[in-house]
Design a protein around this ligand. Sequence first.
Ligand SMILES: Nc1ncnc2c1ncn2[C@@H]1O[C@H](COP(=O)(O)OP(=O)(O)OP(=O)(O)O)[C@@H](O)[C@H]1O
Ligand SMILES: [Mg+2]
Length: 149
Amino acid sequence: MRIVTKSAIQTKKIAAKIAKQIIQSRPHKKHARAVALVGELGVGKTTFTQGFAKALGIQHRMVSPTFLIFRNYPLGKGGFGEFFHVDVYRIHDAKELASLGFKKILGNPENIVLIEWADKIRRILPKDTIWIELRHGRKETERTIAYRR
Ligand SMILES: Nc1ncnc2c1ncn2[C@@H]1O[C@H](COP(=O)(O)OP(=O)(O)OP(=O)(O)O)[C@@H](O)[C@H]1O
Ligand SMILES: [Mg+2]
């Protein structure tokens, strides 16, 4: 599926829709729900995350966790327990995440894990990861969002 968005607000709305579909679905039995964001610098991955997190009921303003690699936020009711916002921009190999307990995070069915620059750690992500690719459009505030699960 491919969607054109013409503003940051519209991108957040699309992200919110996807987030709602996920919380309405049942958790996977064996591992976390993973959402993989791909796209070049400044294309809108964190903006997308802001819309996504808000739809999950998270009040915090999402900033890029680049220096922390990830941040976690508790979720309210429903089958999921925590939301993890991960940014692996500074990671060169998936192995570097092992020391941060990332395997355990991905292995917990109660987690929703959204990863910016996810292509860097593609090999350790679950098979049913939702892949979302953002690209710049023709105009300044235009983006295309390709969505695949
Ligand atoms: N249609 C659009 N969708 C998303 N963001 C847009 C759009 N049009 C303009 N923008 C702007 O583009 C910028 C995207 O920045 P953002 O931090 O979300 O990108 P990013 O992909 O997370 O960057 P980084 O690679 O540094 O993590 C924001 O300033 C946002 O307002
Ligand atoms: Mg970002």
